[in-house]
Design a protein around this ligand. Structure first.
Ligand SMILES: C[S@@+](CC[C@H](N)C(=O)[O-])C[C@H]1O[C@@H](n2cnc3c(N)ncnc32)[C@H](O)[C@@H]1O
Length: 351
């Protein structure tokens, strides 16, 4: 890996066994049977369940797949900083009141991520606040695909001399809480990210999370609707290497069948992709060619019905010079992630 200042992860890095990362997480009870991931009818977008591994496994204990998180679980999370001796001390009136309040919120079907005010995504703990979209576990794999692509580029460039040091510029469209953008910054220390969202609440939360994680120096956060964006504003740091997005992609007709937790608390604009679920996807793809470097990539999370639809749509738009390179499955085996690439210069010459 000559010329690359970041280290490639071990080959099977995604399969490392879960490790409790902090005394706080280790203190949480083990996940009860059935408290783990359970996909909704068309994948997890319909039901925000906890992640299956690492800190998420600990927090899975706070979630019941089709029911409520118990007062005991919330109590353990809220007061886990107490040592074991204090666990046998009767609760004070204030603590009882706090438990009442947390339980009340959960009984109102508030997602546990909002009740707790934070949630884990990859190795980051992010602040969560309604109505900003709660990151779903499969989106961690979208981040991994971008990271793998950057490692791959780095390995390929190491075969040539002189070796260019990669400083990828990444644009995230629809940053929500900042989960994708901040994970990428953490995993790719030389990268810079432009994170945009049309919702002020999302932009504010991304900014807050960036500061909490001390990643604010390499992120530029823009409050902007992608459909009103101009390339000039987004090319602030030069042509873009990678565009990544987990856009709203739920088909409008499926919105009514979302869980009460989602319908009552999350921003529905973050989920509703219009009649064919492709409203924002098409906008992103139409904008991509003017932003990307030659051979630059777009990584998208989509509904399992979208890969064929996007492929046909791209074939009908040859002027965009974009090609569907790969479709990757999520951990439930559903086609979930698209890798689309801007044609390289030799491809451009051939056409
Ligand atoms: C599914 S959420 C993804 C949030 C975050 N990236 C994640 O994976 O947790 C989609 C996000 O896109 C934003 N969004 C929706 N339409 C948009 C548009 N036209 N322009 C910019 N952002 C948009 C929403 O506000 C929301 O934060």
């Amino acid at each position: 890996m000559r010329g690359c200042s970041f280290t490639a992860p071990p080959r099977d890095w995604r399969r490392l066994p879960p490790q409790p990362r902090s005394p706080r997480q280790a203190a949480l009870p083990p996940a009860p049977p059935g408290a783990g991931w359970a996909p909704g009818p068309r994948g997890s977008r319909l039901c925000p369940r906890p992640r299956r591994e690492s800190g998420g496994a600990a927090r899975a204990a706070l979630w019941r797949p089709h029911g409520l998180c118990s007062a005991g679980d919330l109590w353990q999370h809220q007061f886990q900083s107490l040592d074991s001796k204090s666990l046998h001390t009767p609760l004070t009136a204030l603590q009882q009141e706090q438990i009442q309040q947390l339980s009340h919120k959960r009984l109102q079907r508030m997602p546990v991520q909002y009740v707790l005010g934070e949630w884990d995504f990859q190795d980051l703990t992010l602040k969560m606040r309604p109505p900003v979209f709660i990151p779903r576990p499969e989106t961690e794999d979208l981040v991994s695909l971008v990271v793998e692509e950057e490692f791959q580029k780095c390995e390929n460039s190491a075969l040539c001399f002189p070796v260019p040091v990669p400083h990828p510029v990444i644009l995230e469209i629809g940053c929500g809480s900042g989960a994708i953008a901040l994970s990428l910054l953490r995993k790719l220390p030389q990268s810079r990210v432009i994170a945009m969202d049309k919702e002020e609440a999302a932009v504010d939360l991304t900014r807050e999370n960036a500061h909490r994680l001390q990643l604010q120096e390499r992120i530029h956060i823009i409050h902007q609707d992608v459909s009103h964006s101009c390339a000039k504003q987004l090319l602030l740091w030069g042509p873009i290497d990678v565009i990544v997005s987990n856009p709203p992609y739920v088909f409008h007709e499926d919105m009514a069948s979302l869980d009460a937790e989602i319908l009552r608390y999350e921003d529905l604009d973050a989920l509703d992709g219009g009649d064919d679920g492709m409203r924002v996807i098409k906008t992103i793809l139409a904008l991509a060619p003017s932003l990307l470097k030659v051979s630059g990539s777009v990584f998208l999370e989509v509904d399992p019905r979208h890969p064929d639809m996007v492929e046909h749509w791209l074939q009908a738009q040859p002027d965009l010079l974009l090609t569907l390179r790969a479709v990757h499955e999520d951990f439930c085996g559903k086609p979930r992630f698209l890798h689309i690439q801007k044609q390289s210069s030799w491809q451009l010459c051939e056409t």
